[in-house]
Design a protein around this ligand. Structure first.
Ligand SMILES: Cc1cc2nc3c(=O)[nH]c(=O)nc-3n(C[C@H](O)[C@H](O)[C@H](O)COP(=O)(O)OP(=O)(O)OC[C@H]3O[C@@H](n4cnc5c(N)ncnc54)[C@H](O)[C@@H]3O)c2cc1C
Length: 476
């Protein structure tokens, strides 16, 4: 077993890796190296004095599937059950989502009735698109764009309007560039195994998660669509940090490695600004491109594959309005790229999590997401864009799309540079190249985090847990 494991990056993936290493039966020495002054990475919550919570990164995690269950189990292990804010299946934020198309908000169909009728913004019943999937032959290529897949199996209109918007909401990305196989592996596999996506999803849906706990059972019984934590999502990294401190994980902030060098006995010497650390194994939980810059020259083929995984920037604008009401209630709305490429969508935070409204119980909290794959063409360089530009665009969107005409009582603008990795066409080949290289060279290196196999928080938690299980040769 590795005696010293160095974890690079203190985002949720790195923290999850440290957690599982530190609680192993024969825990190695664990050293966490974080470039910044705090841990949590993109998970960041502002707690205002009046008790309101503003999320600048993720705001809701999915409970479904083995990864969702694993995240809920972690919450229980950390003693956070009482902090969970759940959005049950019958909640308006679970049932209602909207698209802003041709100047108006349209609810996405939430029942069979909505599928058999023609409901705007679609020009014919969505049922026709779904029935088409039952007869279209299986795709033959190794991969295709999400847009091409949706057009081929369902309809061009569904792809242009709904799938385009969905990819902007989840990946801040362009469905014409994103890989179906890497972004939606369950859909790819459903088609490959059962020819029809709908059939495949229906047959696969019976498989329940193997994990069990009171919280997991509650999430299933109440059909949660998502959950958060009372003090904001940042409560999760904070609790992981507390646990790590109790287990003597060595945390170094402001400690960005300058170079990784392999020693003659296949260990890593991690060169820092002010010294070096020798580790038997490195778990990299930093973006793929950042790792590429640290690798030794002899690992250039690996660095090249890592550099192929790029990320887009997002402007996140949190707004609070007092004594205002929304014209609709639900999770929020997305905007397809043909409508307004710079505006990805607006999340109605106060609808899903009214518990986080603070003292101003009747205020509304919204988050406007801007840019993504369209950031540079819309706003220029994310390094130099003026926060006032983003704030103006966000306020305008709230005014014209939601009819809220007052001035916000509170606003926070953040530009998250290169925050969401893009699994573009060829991503799975890049992952294959990387995996093969690590195996062939026998490098004592594990790669975890959003750059590789899932960008959601539950994917990141899971990838780190699995990497530690492989390293320690035991179930976590
Ligand atoms: C605006 C936004 C909204 C999102 N919404 C959701 C959501 O609602 N639900 C959901 O599930 N997911 C959501 N996500 C995705 C999810 O939050 C991220 O994919 C996830 O948090 C990434 O975690 P990570 O640990 O892999 O990477 P990061 O959070 O990027 O952490 C990497 C860490 O490594 C550090 N680092 C970087 N380079 C170095 C270096 N050279 N040396 C040392 N340290 C370094 C960084 O400072 C950082 O702390 C959202 C993301 C964003 C940006």
């Amino acid at each position: 077993m590795a005696r010293t494991v160095a974890v690079l990056g203190g985002g949720i993936s790195g923290l999850s890796a440290c957690y599982h290493l530190a609680r192993a039966a024969r825990a190695p020495r664990v050293v966490l190296l974080e470039r910044g002054g705090r841990v949590g990475g993109w998970i960041r919550s502002t707690r205002a004095r009046d008790g309101a919570v503003f999320e600048h990164g993720p705001r809701g995690l999915r409970p479904a599937g083995p990864r969702g269950a694993s995240a809920l189990r972690l919450v229980s292990e950390l003693g956070l059950d009482a902090d969970v804010l759940a959005v049950p299946g019958d909640h308006t934020a679970s049932r209602h989502r909207f698209l802003f198309v041709r100047g108006a908000l349209h609810p996405l169909p939430a029942s069979l009735g909505g599928l058999v009728r023609t409901v705007p913004p679609f020009s014919r019943p969505l049922l026709w698109s779904l029935l088409r999937d039952l007869v279209v032959p299986r795709g033959r290529g190794p991969d295709e764009s999400v847009h091409a897949f949706a057009s081929r199996r369902f309809s061009a209109e569904l792809a242009d309007v709904a799938i385009d918007s969905l990819c902007r909401g989840v990946f801040a990305g362009d469905c014409r560039a994103l890989s179906l196989r890497s972004c939606f592996p369950a859909l790819f596999e459903a088609e490959q195994r059962h020819r029809s996506v709908l059939l495949g999803m229906a047959l696969g849906a019976g498989k329940g998660p193997a994990l069990d706990s009171a919280l997991i059972r509650r999430a299933r019984a109440e059909r949660w669509s998502q959950w958060s934590l009372r003090g904001g999502m940042e409560t999760l990294p904070e609790a992981l940090l507390d646990f790590m401190r109790s287990r003597d994980v060595e945390l170094h902030c402001h400690a960005a490695p300058k170079r990784l060098q392999l020693t003659a006995d296949q260990r890593w010497q991690i060169i820092l600004e002010d010294g070096s650390i020798v580790a038997d194994h490195v778990i990299s939980a930093i973006p793929a491109g950042a790792l590429a810059d640290l690798l030794p020259d002899e690992a250039e083929p690996l660095a090249q594959a890592l550099r192929g995984i790029q990320a887009v920037s997002v402007g996140v604008v949190n707004l609070q309005y007092d004594d205002a009401t929304l014209p609709v209630t639900g999770f929020g709305h997305l905007v397809p790229s043909f409508e307004n490429s710079s505006l990805l969508g607006i999340v109605y935070d106060s609808v899903a999590f009214p518990e986080q409204n603070g003292a101003k119980g009747n205020s509304i909290r919204l988050t406007v997401m801007l840019g993504g794959a369209w950031f540079t063409q819309s706003f220029g360089d994310p390094e130099t864009v003026l926060p006032a530009t983003l704030l103006h665009q966000a306020q305008e969107a709230v005014r014209t799309q939601l009819g809220v005409l007052t001035t916000p009582s509170h606003s926070i603008v953040m530009v998250h540079k290169a925050c969401l990795p893009q699994y573009t066409l060829g991503h799975c080949q890049r992952i294959e190249t990387i995996t093969q290289y690590l195996q062939q060279e026998g490098l004592p290196l594990s790669l975890v985090g959003a750059s590789y196999e899932g960008v959601s928080v539950i994917d990141c938690l899971y990838s780190a847990k699995m990497a530690v299980a492989r390293l320690l040769g035991q179930a976590c």
